[in-house]
Design a protein around this ligand. Structure first.
Ligand code: AMP
Length: 623
């Protein structure tokens, strides 16, 4: 949560923290300087790093422009668009995409994707780490050699936990501490300072080279929440280029052999010519499509007016608007409910795109900032906030550790999982353990471990006034609400009487980012041991309930069961009582299983009498 960093960094020297837009095609660093975010530049040019890695057969990896230059002559060793594979297993990837790749994609023992290039295997995290290392290196050059150790990194709003975690891991591998993973649309809104609004709704329309994303965000008290996302993974500037390539082809039709169109040199030249004309048409009323490849006998020039281009492009732009409609529908909003529209991605410079977006939302979108840079700028703005800088609002996206309650036997039950977006609320039902229990003690915990004793204790409270009832009958609703400021309110309410109690805590109080990492690391390290211990504790709790039930019905057992069954039951009860103190999981499990088997005849007898009672006095037809 936002103030974790604020609290611990207050009296430390200022560190250099950069914002990084880790993109599918390009990555870009930015920094906060003189009261505003700024793109880092090397030799007067933005430090834009193509997100491309080339690995030669001797294992040497190069990143960025040099790597991209190799993609034409050595595609089998060049990795593009690794972001699409982050945190994914092989089964989750589109087979058609995999088939088109010039290198092999396999999976690790844990089912994670890995790419095979230059005779070596790399996970997407490792490839991304190489890119991030290069971004940090370029940023360092831009800042005259400053050491960059921390960053705020952006990810698409639809990234799930695994994809976000993979991004964090990539940064760690690159030697960068991740201060925060921020959603790209949130970053874009921050760049425009929309967090300063008291409340409102923002639509972020992101049309890049190959993909389209739209996100609907709400802002309340400086905190963004993603209400919905929609998009099209195969809609972008490349499709607009393809329309103009088709024009060029029809211009050449008849004057060249059909096979020319499949020649890689033709395709490349036609694509470049199309993109150049498209970019020109964003500025001028007409542009020329020019192609000249004497070796293929190709020579053509075709003038395209903006009007003609817009007629061709209209169905594609319309497709993006349909996505906006769906996103709004999912957020249960209408276009008129949107207060601000933010444009991201190079293709939003197309005048038709801007016009259609404006028409749909009924308001002019923000276009003041460069749409290719707005995400990186927002990441830098977020970094400034986290460093306790001039923007004194707190921005929180997710909770860094799980929050939950201690349950019977000392197990930790997580109600809000770590990385859950905040603000959020979760409700769960609890009940009593003993007959006529009039109060329940609640112990609120934080952490990833399975046992309460290994988690951080946040506080305790007691719900009293539960009317006398048999164990398991009272219905107690427990609600966890984590608000935008990171305040956790836990409330419990007994439903029949309305008796209630609650507690308010600040989960991140006094917790540093390092402590959060240590807690996470401990949970990974102890995962197996914790799992077994949790199982043992749960079994002991279960044995407790079974024992109570069995002893309460011993008289029935003695009256109605055969001698052997009664003896078995006594033995199993004695063994189960002892097993409750046992530390060996297998022995506890065996005792529970034996008790379960030994109580079966008793359970059958009890069930039988319940059924008889229910049936007595009723005619068959009533049943
Ligand atoms: P991005 O992935 O956000 O960098 O967007 C790249 C896409 O934006 C490419 O398809 C570019 O051709 C396109 N693009 C960049 N500048 C312009 C422009 N001025 N007009 C139209 N499209 C542009």
């Amino acid at each position: 949560m936002g103030y974790i960093e604020l609290e611990v960094l207050e009296d430390q020297p200022k560190r250099v923290v950069i914002g990084i837009d880790l993109g599918t095609t390009n990555s870009l660093p930015a920094i906060w300087k003189d009261g505003r975010p700024e793109i880092l530049e090397v030799e007067g040019e933005p430090a834009l790093i193509p997100s491309v890695v080339h690995v030669s057969d001797d294992g040497t990896a190069v990143v960025g422009r040099t790597a991209r230059a190799r993609s034409m002559d050595d595609p089998a060793h060049t990795v593009h668009s690794i972001k699409r594979f982050m945190g994914r297993s092989l089964g989750e990837l589109d087979e058609a995409v995999l088939r088109r790749l010039p290198y092999q994609v396999t999976q690790t023992e844990r089912g994670l994707v890995q790419v095979e290039v230059g005779g070596k295997r790399f996970t997407p995290q490792e490839i991304s780490a190489l890119i991030l290392r290069e971004v940090a290196a370029q940023a360092s050059v831009a800042m005259g050699g400053a050491e960059i150790l921390s960053a705020v990194i952006t990810v698409p709003a639809y990234f799930d936990d695994a994809q976000r975690q993979a991004t964090r891991d990539a940064a760690r591998l690159a030697g960068l501490e991740v201060l925060r993973i921020v959603n790209e649309p949130t970053a874009a809104s921050l760049a425009y300072g929309l967090d300063q609004k008291e409340e409102g709704t923002v639509a972020v329309y992101d049309l890049g080279g190959g993909t389209f994303d739209v996100s609907i965000l709400s802002i309340e008290g400086g905190v963004f929440e993603v209400l919905s996302t929609n998009g099209d993974t195969s809609l972008g500037g490349d499709d607009l280029d393809a329309l103009l390539v088709d024009l060029l082809r029809s211009e050449l039709e008849g004057s060249v052999e059909g096979s020319v169109f499949d020649d890689p040199a033709f395709r490349q030249a036609a694509r470049l010519s199309a993109e150049k004309a498209k970019v020109a048409l964003s500025r001028d009323p007409e542009a020329d499509l020019v192609i000249s490849l004497p070796e293929l006998g190709v020579n053509a020039r075709r003038t395209v007016t903006r009007e003609e281009f817009e007629r061709l492009a209209a169905p594609l732009v319309e497709r993006s608007i349909r996505c906006c409609e769906r996103a709004l529908k999912d957020a249960e909003l209408e276009p008129k409910d949107v207060d601000e529209v933010v444009l991201v991605g190079g293709s939003t410079r197309v005048p038709l795109v801007r016009a259609e977006v404006e028409r749909f939302f009924g308001r002019a979108p923000h276009t003041e900032l460069n749409p290719d840079q707005v995400v990186a700028l927002g990441a830098a703005a977020q970094a400034e906030v986290l460093m306790g800088g001039s923007r004194d609002i707190l921005l929180m996206d997710v909770t860094p550790l799980s929050l939950g309650l201690e349950t019977m036997g000392g197990a930790a039950e997580k109600l809000i999982q770590r990385n859950n977006r905040i603000p959020c609320s979760v409700k769960e039902g609890f009940t009593t353990y003993a007959d006529n229990q009039s109060a329940i003690d609640f112990h609120v915990l934080q952490g990833e471990r399975e046992l309460a004793a290994d988690c951080r204790s946040l506080g305790r409270f007691k719900l009293t006034g539960i009317p006398p009832m048999p164990a398991g009958l009272p219905r107690v609703g427990v609600k966890f609400h984590l608000d935008a400021d990171g305040i956790l309110t836990v409330s419990a309410k007994e439903e029949s009487t309305g008796a209630s109690a609650s507690i308010e805590v600040k989960p991140s109080h006094g917790l540093t980012e390092d402590e959060v990492s240590d807690m996470l690391e401990a949970s990974f390290k102890n995962a197996r041991k914790d799992f077994e211990e949790r199982r043992r504790v749960d079994l002991i709790a279960e044995i407790g309930i079974m024992l109570r039930h069995a002893t309460a019905n011993l008289t029935v057992a003695e009256e109605r069961l055969d001698r052997e069954s009664v003896e078995d039951l006594h033995e199993a009860i004695a063994a189960a009582k002892e097993a409750r103190l046992c530390t060996e999981l297998e022995l506890v499990q065996a005792a529970r299983d034996t008790l379960d088997r030994a109580t079966m005849p008793l359970a059958a007898v009890l069930m039988d009498s319940v059924v008889k009672e229910a049936v007595s006095g009723k005619k068959l037809g009533d049943l």
